[in-house]
Design a protein around this ligand. Structure first.
Ligand code: PMP
Length: 389
């Protein structure tokens, strides 16, 4: 028999593009003195009392699995938190599942609702995982572009134009990664009207909900009639500075959440037990910490947005999250060229906007979850870089 080398990797996975962010981390990793505005995580260490709750759970020997949906005590705290902070009501016993970060919440949501070929409308620029996660779940990602001239807010007409009989859901993220744009009640209402007109679900990634700087945050599920159509994804990574704990949650009407629980149960069993004990403490006693972190991010946002505009990189004011998304069009470079040259010439790592979708081209994503001193130094270097062009 003639021997041909067998390929073990599935075609679907083979064809997935590697994340464009990774390449810059790898480049930066081999260099010294780099200031990284590249990573999308808080620069705070998880507050001590939250860490202590995890340690105490270990001391008490709580080292077994929890129920698949998570500790009931944690789900009760999440239900109370969602009601008091965001005015949405979920049943802790039926409509909340504790997940392994917001990432696994998105994953189980997609795998639960998609039949092969079903379409999910994805608003770009967006978090780099959305499109691959839809594809891995057997769906088709239909990308629509939020535009700079609309402050990166998607218009309902743009979404309506791509709805087909196969559309199952619209996926949104507010405040957004990478643009920081936050949708207000009226803008959410426009999308909600479409969802109900075409009988669609909305997967609302609200992982940055705590980090809103100018206006009060509105959850998609709080819009009239949307509780039944929303799969609300959130978690502890950003607002509570708990990225490494891998803890998130997903809330949805019982028909969907009971189905998601099957996927979660077979794939992951449950989230980490000690992280769940830490999260109970975060929700019970972490409000002050969140508010202090928000104040600090707001100060840094104000500084970086003003500085970008002063040095000639036009930057809209992001309402939330911890990313600035300045335009680099005035330099005549593509976002890849800009990011690569800036890294090699001045040792500042940023993420080229095109990795987040077509309309991200011409921009760079800069995380301001770094100390003010680091941000000041980064701005000094970016200015020097621009002047050298
Ligand atoms: N959604 C968005 C928009 C994100 O930016 C991130 C993290 N970068 C995630 C989800 C994943 O969060 P987690 O760490 O909770 O899995």
């Amino acid at each position: 028999m003639e021997s041909t080398k067998r390929t073990y990797v599935s075609k679907l996975v083979h064809d997935l593009k590697p994340s464009g962010i990774r390449r810059f981390f790898d480049l930066a990793a081999g260099m010294e003195g780099v200031i990284s505005l590249g990573v999308g995580e808080p620069d705070f260490v998880t507050p001590w009392h939250i860490r202590e709750a995890a340690i105490s759970s270990l001391e008490q020997g709580y080292t077994s699995y929890t129920p698949n949906a998570g500790l009931l005590g944690l789900r009760e705290e999440i239900a109370y938190y969602m009601k008091t902070q965001f005015d949405v009501t979920y049943s802790p016993s039926e409509e909340i599942i504790v997940t392994v970060g917001a990432s696994s919440a998105i994953d189980i949501a997609l795998r639960t609702i998609l039949d092969p070929g079903d379409e999910v409308i994805i608003v770009e620029p967006c978090f780099v995982s959305y499109v691959p996660m839809v594809e891995l779940a057997g769906g088709v990602a239909v990308q629509v572009q939020a535009l700079k001239e609309n402050d990166f807010k998607i218009l309902p007409d743009q979404i309506e134009a791509v709805i087909t009989e196969k559309t199952k859901a619209i996926m949104i993220c507010s405040p957004n990664n990478p643009t920081g744009t936050m949708l207000n009640k009226k803008e959410l209402q426009g999308l909600a009207d479409l969802a109900s007109k075409y009988d669609l679900l909305v997967i609302a990634d609200e992982i940055y909900a705590e980090l809103a700087y100018d206006e009060e945050y509105t959850s998609m599920a709080a819009i009239g009639g949307m509780l039944e159509r929303t799969i609300l994804v959130s978690g502890f990574s950003k607002g509570f500075a708990m990225t490494g704990w891998r803890l998130g949650f997903v809330c949805a009407p019982v028909e969907i959440s009971s189905a998601m629980l099957k996927v979660h149960q077979y794939g992951l069993m449950c989230a980490s037990t000690m992280s769940q004990y830490a999260a109970i403490e975060a929700l019970k006693n972490g409000r002050f910490d969140v508010e202090e972190m928000v104040k600090s991010y707001r100060r840094r946002r104000n500084y970086i947005v003003q500085s970008f505009n002063e040095i000639g990189l036009e930057c809209h004011e992001p309402g939330g999250a911890f990313y600035a998304f300045p335009s680099i069009q005035s330099t005549g470079l593509t976002s890849q060229e800009f990011a690569e040259k800036l890294l090699l010439q001045e040792g500042v790592a940023v993420v080229p906007g095109d990795v987040f979708g077509e309309s991200g081209e011409g921009h760079i994503r800069c995380s301001y979850a770094s100390s003010l001193e680091q941000l000041q130094e980064a701005i000094k270097r970016i200015k020097r870089f621009i002047d050298s062009l």
